[in-house]
Design a binder for this molecule. Structure first.
Ligand code: THG
Length: 281
């Protein structure tokens, strides 16, 4: 799996002030640490950046590409800021993100700057309510992109993960949608903002929810995820180093009910978390 590090973001207590104050030190330090942690892409999340977003994104991209050769994911809803970042970028970029709502303005960037894109399934009426609405938005976005000569292989569909603390049906809908994606849009890649799943839950539970949900989505071919670069166990799962745990989770999704008293402590953590994320507990 392709991992995109989420840690360089303007919401961060330490990096937010550094980004706003144009202090390169902490930002380059984080880019280097994420690179050493082994992520494949580094997400640069400057938020909506309504004020002078173009100058902000071009500064962040220039600053980070001095510190690392990793591909970058440019994360902003500000179209002008997105293009400013792409203009100064010297290596590969992932546009994070283009939704059907902003497609007219941003799809031309794919060809112009040789980028890939995350296709965020955010519709005119906001968040899709179920797997079928996600399928409709995927059709809409890929047809518009294909008509401009953009192949599905350049589109990383993001079904929008929402917190387990908010709506269990949405948690299930993303898993169901992932199982449909290759039929709806053959060749499309996929990604999720994985940490969204554990938003609003106690800090000690977050890694368990993130890791288990990633494994559940992997069952249906999840291609990449935006993740905490420093979660080592998550890294190991994504690199295929915990096949027994992956197997356990996938078997439970197929209806297998393991005898909890026969599981190791680690297996038990995952098995219990599967029951939460499938709505059984
Ligand atoms: N899809 C796409 N892009 C996305 C998201 C998505 N970008 C933003 C977000 N969701 C993914 N990035 C993050 C970044 C940080 C956190 C969660 C998701 C996070 N941070 C900790 C917190 O808030 O508690 C720590 C913050 C810090 O660094 O201090 O949870 O869904 N395409």
């Amino acid at each position: 799996m392709i991992l995109i590090g989420e840690n360089l973001n303007i919401m961060s207590q330490t990096l937010g002030p550094a980004i706003r104050g144009r202090d390169p030190g902490p930002i380059q330090e984080m880019a280097k640490r994420e690179t050493e942690a082994g992520v494949d892409y580094i997400d640069l999340n400057i938020g909506p950046a309504r004020k002078a977003g173009d100058e902000l994104m071009s500064w962040v991209v220039s600053t980070v590409q001095e510190a690392t050769d990793k591909p970058l994911s440019l994360d902003t809803t500000n179209v002008v800021a997105m293009e400013a970042g792409l203009k100064v970028r010297k290596g590969p970029s992932l546009i994070n993100s283009i939704s059907p709502v902003r497609a007219d303005e941003e799809l031309p960037f794919i060809e112009k700057y040789g980028a890939d894109m995350i296709g965020l399934l955010w519709g005119r009426e906001g968040m899709p309510r179920d797997a079928d609405e996600r399928a409709m938005l995927t059709m809409e976005l890929t047809m518009q992109a294909n008509a401009m000569g953009i192949p599905n292989e350049k589109i990383w569909i993001d079904p929008i993960v929402s917190p387990v603390s908010v709506e269990i049906n949405q948690v299930k809908a993303c898993v169901e949608f992932m199982s449909m994606l290759q039929e709806i849009a053959p060749g499309c890649k996929s990604t999720v903002g994985l940490s969204n799943i554990s938003n609003g839950t106690p800090d000690n539970l977050r890694p368990h929810l993130n890791r288990t949900y990633m494994i559940m989505l992997m069952k249906h071919g999840l291609y990449s995820a935006i993740v905490d670069a420093f979660d080592e166990e998550l890294n190991m799962i994504a690199r295929g180093k915990m096949p027994e745990i992956v197997n356990l989770v996938h078997r439970m999704m197929d209806g297998d009910k393991p005898d909890f008293s026969s599981l190791s402590q680690k297996e038990l953590e995952y098995a219990k978390t599967v029951r939460v994320l499938t709505g059984e507990a």
